[in-house]
Design a protein around this ligand. Structure first.
Ligand SMILES: Cc1cc2nc3c(=O)[nH]c(=O)nc-3n(C[C@H](O)[C@H](O)[C@H](O)COP(=O)(O)O)c2cc1C
Length: 363
């Protein structure tokens, strides 16, 4: 009933300026004005990765809850996990508005927020208030726009949030902070990951838990550069990868005027590009490294395709803007039904079942 009401409000929310609509949604979630997921997840959907129990593999992607205001509301809605952030050491306003654009004809969004967020201290106090509650909540860390030492910003994020983060994502792939993606260059990445993993190990000695660290990459890397990054990341001992962030490409969009806005494109037009990249990463790292597949999931079928292309876990954001929250349940039901129909005892058996076709598909 409440879920229905929430979806009834969607046309109204969609008619608002995109950023106001987003803020309104977060406010509604924060005030408890949201449907609760009544049905427990099908046990076939559960995954245990590292020491983390995911009741299902579908998570809310970074950028929706940048400030850690609503992770528990997201979990209550039925997400198997929530990733908050990107968070930077100092608060920053981000780019001038407008900075979020819908492309309804393409089921896509362009954003150039530029890491608007409340900064470490305020986000930390929110996460400390929810300490001890169940559920997987990852923290996505980044660097301030005017930082003099970006590596230090990431290292500080890991040190500050280690006791409240289920996992970390190192975000070097946002297109909206000038120079940030230069950290994907091999030498820069080696330095960053070495420092970040030392910070994680130091925190582990303090808190008694080794928090897994993921690296989130851009979908705009060519195949050679991708291979180099995966090589470097595995050599440094990264625990997992998130593939991928938004793209600066503008292939095949019908909405020509809005398509010219600067920023990262997400949603349906990102699906092929990010899924191909995910499959190439899976082929390179082998079966064991946990991968989070994200980019353009907007239906039950596309969520299953991500898993088949190599994702242990799947994240979604833009698909919800157009498809509504009902999509969370629909995706989970489909994943369970499909796995069962194929005789699988757990959704884990579906991971990577279609890697070759995706990895060798045309870019
Ligand atoms: C409005 C918006 C803001 C985002 N902010 C962040 C962010 O702060 N950090 C990050 O790592 N990714 C951010 N993302 C990227 C998403 O986490 C995701 O990687 C991307 O949107 C592709 O998934 P989707 O097609 O399901 O939206 C943002 C995406 C959108 C649409």
């Amino acid at each position: 009933m409440l879920a229905g009401l929430f979806d009834l409000a969607r046309p109204l929310v969609l008619s608002l300026d995109a950023e106001r609509a987003h803020n309104l949604t977060v406010k509604a979630l924060a005030s408890g004005l949201h449907p609760r997921c009544a049905a427990p997840d099908d046990p076939l959907l559960a995954r245990r990765l590292f020491d983390l129990d995911f009741p299902n593999p579908l998570g809310m992607a970074a950028g929706f809850d940048k400030n850690g205001e609503v992770p528990d509301a997201l979990l209550a809605l039925g997400f198997g996990f929530a990733e908050i952030g990107t968070v930077t050491p100092r608060p920053q306003p981000g780019n001038p508005r407008p900075r979020l654009f819908r492309l309804p004809a393409d089921n896509a969004v362009i954003n150039r927020f530029g890491f608007n967020n409340d900064g470490h201290a305020r986000v930390l106090s929110r996460l400390e208030r929810r300490r001890g509650r169940p559920g997987v909540v990852g923290v996505n860390v980044g660097a301030n726009k005017d930082s003099a030492d970006r590596v230090f910003d990431y290292v500080t994020g890991i040190a500050v949030f280690a006791h409240v983060a289920s996992y970390f994502t190192i975000n070097v792939s946002s297109p909206n902070t000038p120079g940030l993606r230069d950290l994907q260059a091999r030498d820069a990445l080696a330095e960053l990951l070495t420092a970040a993993l030392v910070a994680r190990d130091e925190a582990a000695a303090r808190i008694g838990r080794r928090v897994p660290v993921f690296l989130k990459i851009a979908p705009d890397l060519d195949d050679g550069h991708l291979e180099e990054i995966v090589d470097e990341a595995t050599a440094r001992g990264i625990d997992g990868m998130v593939v991928s962030n938004t793209t600066i490409a503008r292939d095949g969009l019908t909405d020509g005027t809005t398509a010219r806005e600067a920023g990262g494109l997400s949603g349906r037009p990102l699906f092929r590009r990010s899924t191909r990249m995910l499959a190439r990463v899976r082929r390179q790292v082998g079966q064991d490294m946990p991968l989070i597949g994200v980019g353009g999931v907007d239906s039950p079928e596309s969520a299953f395709a991500k898993i088949a292309a190599g994702a242990d876990l799947v994240q979604i954001y833009t698909g919800l803007v157009f498809g509504g929250l009902g999509l969370v349940d629909a995706i989970k039901r489909h994943l369970a039904r499909r796995a069962r129909a194929e005789g699988m005892a757990t959704i884990a058996e579906a991971v990577g079942t279609n890697v070759a076709a995706w990895a060798d598909s045309n870019p």
